[in-house]
Design a protein. Sequence first.
Length: 115
Amino acid sequence: QVQLVESGGGLVQAGGSLRLSCTASGIMFSSYHMGWYRQAPGKQRELVATVRSSGNTNYADSVKGRFAISRDNAKSTVYLHMNSLKPEDTAVYYCNAFLWASEYWGQGTQVTVSA
């Protein structure tokens, strides 16, 4: 049974920081490409950042320079370090694991940034 469990969301003031964590079980974590997506109310889910099994990273333009994605294969955990948060970063953040035709999602964690 595959599980992706996110944690670290919460309420923060604009300009603040948060670190999201996603711990995976039931998959060979080191082989999977990992990502963070977010969905704001009334909007479609969008890519925030990905880190491939090779360690290569990719970011949405809206978060470049503010967010950093990292992974710890020994802990089967992917992180999203979020700095200089803005109210428009408010959303439910989802962890994603994908490899070829296999794709898994976490349950999501709420991030709310107050002005």
